[in-house]
Design a protein around this ligand. Structure first.
Ligand SMILES: Cc1cc2nc3c(=O)[nH]c(=O)nc-3n(C[C@H](O)[C@H](O)[C@H](O)COP(=O)(O)O)c2cc1C
Length: 139
């Protein structure tokens, strides 16, 4: 089956924003290709957009998982929105599992303003941020 490629992971690290697209979860693996690099550090902007949860900005890496509803609903109609949320949830779970295996701590943030987060990471148009995952090492 041809993948619809409707999920995108944005990684914001010290001074860089990377976009991985073509991402899909298959069993415990996450596949993706890094597509675009913006020379900026979006972590503070993402933290502010997350109801000023400023602890997030201290994480070395923040992942923002977004979905393009327009792409998946072409095939599945309105039901596609639910499939996108299910898929992003699975990808988030895979990230948790992989982080645990690597000794990295991962958190999940759902309290944020969608448009502000999208603006902070300058994501592609039509991509909705669904989950934010700050990653780091235990202090
Ligand atoms: C979907 C979802 C969204 C969440 N959003 C936030 C959030 O925005 N801020 C926050 O501090 N905790 C949030 N939490 C809770 C924490 O990620 C975490 O589950 C909670 O602090 C309990 O962690 P513990 O079970 O490791 O103690 C969210 C949890 C879930 C499942």
């Amino acid at each position: 089956m041809k993948a619809l490629k409707f999920v995108l992971i944005c990684l914001t690290v010290f001074g860089l924003v990377l976009f991985s697209s073509n991402v899909f979860a298959k069993q415990t693996l996450i596949y993706g290709t890094t597509e675009k690099i913006i020379d900026m550090d979006a972590r503070e902007g993402v933290a502010v957009a997350s109801l000023r949860q400023m602890w997030m900005a201290t994480a070395p890496v923040i992942l923002v998982l977004t979905a393009e509803y327009g792409r998946i609903t072409i095939k599945y109609g309105d039901r596609g929105k639910r499939y996108a949320m299910i898929e992003v949830g699975h990808i988030g779970q895979n990230i948790f599992l992989q982080c645990e295996a690597m000794g990295i701590c991962a958190g999940i943030v759902g309290a944020f303003y969608d448009t502000q987060v999208a603006g902070a990471i300058k994501t592609q148009k039509n991509h909705e941020p669904l989950i934010i995952m700050p990653l780091g090492y235990r202090l």
